[in-house]
Structures are given as C-alpha cells and as structure tokens.
Design a protein around this ligand. Structure first.
Ligand code: LLP
Length: 422
C-alpha cells in the first residue's frame, strides 16, 4: 500500500502533483511520502511483539527528514558506519534505540558509538570483539554486544544481497557460536546481551526466515545453558517488497510476524528488527523527464534525465522497477516497447529493457517506482552528474529535504596541489 496515485490525471504523492514538483524542483528528483513511511512502520510494528525495537536500517534511506519521520513514530536506527550513527542522532533518534551492525567497524567508530552509549553492537568477528573490548576498557566502559550469527541458511534472494550463507563475509559461523560467546564472557569490556542474525535482503519466501530464526532460538537456549545472560534477539531485516505489479506479492508483515512469534515465543527475549526496504521502498519514486526518444535499428530508446548514478539497482542487481508516465495515459492508449535508459556512458545505464509503456515524447515525465530504498543512498556523482535531490511530501505540503548540488559544488570538492597551481 502506498500514497502515490493519479489525481485529476496526474501522478501525485499524497495530495501533491509530481508535475508541480517537477516544475518547482527540476528533474530528476526523488519524492518520498510521509504517510506511506508511517503506514509501513505501523503495519510492521503491529505485526511483531509489542515491546520490540524497530531499528530502521539507515542504509536504505538516510535522509534526515525520513529518519526524523520514523524516529518520531518510535523507530530506532540500524547503522553501519559512524556517518550513519551521526545522521540518526542528528535526526533526533535516541542512542538507546540505535544498533550498530557491519563487518568493518573501526576504532574511531567504536569510540563514537561508545561515547553515545548506543543500545547495542552487533559484532561480526573475533578480532572485532577483541578491539571493541580494548576500546571499551580504554574508555572505562562496557560495550553491550550481540554476536551476529551466520546460520548458513540460503535466503533465496539475489546473490549480491544474500548474507546468511557460509560463503559470505557476514557473522560468525553457527558452529563457532558457543566458542565466541565463551570468549566474549571472558572480556571485561564486553557485556553479552543477545544474539543477532540477518540473512539477506528482498527475501520473498518465509521459509528461510523460519529456518534461521529456529536455529538462533536453539542457540539462545544453548547459550543460556552455558551461563550467558541472553535477553535480546536481533532478527535483522530483509523482508521483501513488491517491485513488479504482475508478480505475486511477497508475504506481508503479519505472516512474517507469525513466523517470528512461532520461533521466539518461549524465549522471553526483547526482539530487535532492522527493516529497511519494507519501510522505505514503496514510499519513494524517482521522477525523471524524457530527453529524447531515439529510434535505433533494433530498439526504441527512451532516454531520460535520471541515470544509474541516481538509481543503480537495475545496473547492479538487474533489479526490476515499474516505470509509469506521470500523466495518466488514456485507457487503450497505444503502447511501445522501450528500452528506458539514462544519459550515463555505460551500457548498463538501463532502467528497463523492452518495457511496454504508453507512447511518450521528449519533455514527458516518468516515475520510477519503489525507489525509496537503496535509491538516493546508493547514488553517486558519476559522469559529474550531481545526484538527484530529494523531496518529502506530507498531505498537501512538501519540502526539499536534500537540495540539488550544482556543478560548482562538485568542482569545489576537488583541489589542485601546489605543483599544478604555480
Ligand atoms: N540489517 C543488516 C545487517 C543489513 O545488512 C541490512 C541490509 C538490513 C538490516 C536491511 O535489510 P532490508 O530490510 O532493507 O532488506 N543495496 C541492495 C540491498 C542491500 C542490503 C544490505 N543489507 C539493494 O538495493 O537491493
């Protein structure tokens, strides 16, 4: 469910026409809907046990206004860098709702997180555990730790976003879990608080979740037998969203919640979740203008002013995104199979191949849907193209929540060393 719909023939975010926004802001731009973010957060939080911490995964959408919208609803943040931690704090998310994941936390990031007194570190390796212990002791404090366990479960998602199998860099292999907890218990700067698992992203089948949660639930029991105080269970994120209108939609949060409750009901742990895509993906669109329609020998190219630097998912994961005209097409309007491409000088700058769309012309607007997660956060200035700005809508109000950089900003980031200026 989302709040993008045609109103008076124009695609709108809540009550704001995307045509109006394009005129005011210029194209391309991201547009997010507050009501959709809110709805998704509420649906998820109602599906899982009441006192759970829902730590929105900042990597999915790190815009301060998005983070504040969610934080005001009670969300925490799942961060993977000092930068994300600072953004979450800057958006007003209290430290006691922040969890820090990731395989490569540096000493400086640990110091920052310890000084902020975040809720928990999800530790992914023995060397990380050792360094965290040292840093905590230096700071005369103790780090609350969940160890991320790699349950060796195949999430059956795209290879580039699967994390729970033995071949990936993530977590501690399940078979070594009890050893690392034993080690953690011997370190004075570490306080064991729970267990963490995250098996991948855009997961559309509940079975791998069920298998992974059952494994970690068993582990919780074993760790308690070993004498560890396990009071939290972080079940990560990963629930998929519908990208393709004609595909069967992925399981809804209620069904996911039932799997969670089934696996964890008797454990008495506070649960932590790290959803990203589920909350943000369908709360955002990327609006772009058609620059040219180019007739090739084999294809008709719709060349739009958004590029792979703005939204890299199709190029990187062969991801499918619906593309719709901003002006509602008349019923039965003639359709053409387009290759929808950006201006970037790469063959992979292709948003959709052979996509049947109503006939379009230069100057028309299109919206690339389900772009609110891993869109703007993965954008770059490749080809010296400043990434698309971001707009947040609420009802009939809207605001630019990240401005478009101009070329001078881009140029000003580079500096000439002395020998090139003399
Ligand atoms: N927690 C951890 C430890 C993660 O690594 C991730 C995502 C999440 C939570 C949030 O997962 P979600 O609920 O959003 O599925 N760029 C890729 C997705 C990469 C996901 C990385 N980790 C894409 O555009 O599909």
């Amino acid at each position: 469910m989302n709040y993008f719909s045609y109103q008076n023939g124009v695609l709108s975010a809540e009550s704001v026409s995307l045509e109006t926004l394009a005129r005011e802001v210029g194209t391309p731009f991201y547009c997010y809907s507050s009501e959709t973010l809110t709805l998704h957060y509420k649906v998820f939080s109602e599906a899982v046990p009441k006192d759970s911490l829902i730590a929105f995964s900042v990597k999915a959408n790190g815009n301060l206004a998005v983070l504040k919208t969610l934080g005001d609803l009670g969300a925490g943040a799942d961060v993977v860098s000092g930068g994300e931690l600072k953004k979450a704090r800057a958006a007003g998310i209290p430290a006691e709702r922040i969890v820090f994941s990731g395989v490569g936390k540096t000493r400086a990031e640990m110091k920052l997180a310890l000084s902020e007194r975040i809720y928990q570190f999800n530790v992914e390796s023995e060397p990380e555990l050792e360094l965290l212990n040292i840093v905590a002791l230096e700071m005369k404090t103790c780090a609350p730790v969940c160890v991320r366990i790699n349950p060796d479960v195949d999430a059956k998602t795209h290879a580039k976003i699967t994390t729970g199998t033995a071949e990936t860099k993530f977590g501690i292999p399940f078979v070594h879990a009890r050893e690392i907890y034993k080690k953690a218990a011997s370190l004075k700067g570490i306080e064991i608080v729970g267990v963490d698992v995250h098996i991948g992203s855009q997961i559309t089948d509940l079975e791998p979740f069920g298998a992974a949660f059952a494994r970690v639930a068993e582990l919780v029991k074993d760790l308690r037998i070993d004498g560890h105080a396990i009071s939290r269970l972080d079940l990560g994120g990963g629930l998929g969203v519908p990208y393709e209108r004609n595909n069967e939609p992925p399981p809804d949060p209620e069904a996911y919640g039932r799997i969670v409750k089934h696996a964890t009901a008797t454990l008495g742990c506070r649960l932590v979740f790290e959803p990203g895509r589920l909350i943000a993906a369908n709360a955002g669109v990327l609006v772009s203008e058609v620059i040219y329609v180019k007739q090739g020998d084999a294809k008709t190219f719709l060349i739009i002013d958004a590029g792979m630097n703005d939204l890299i998912r199709p190029a990187m994961y062969d991801a499918y995104h619906e593309i719709v005209p901003v002006r509602e097409p008349a019923p039965g309007a003639p359709r053409i199979a387009y290759d929808v491409v950006g201006p970037v000088c790469e063959t992979s700058d292709l948003f959709a191949a052979d996509r049947s769309l109503p006939q379009l012309k230069s100057g028309d607007l299109v919206a690339i849907l389900t772009a609110g997660a891993y869109g703007a956060t993965m954008s770059s200035a490749y080809n010296a193209r400043p990434p698309a700005p971001e707009v947040l809508v609420k009802g009939d109000e809207w605001g630019i929540v990240r401005a478009r950089q101009d070329h001078d900003d881009l140029i000003a980031r580079d500096h000439l060393p002395g020998w090139l200026t003399s």
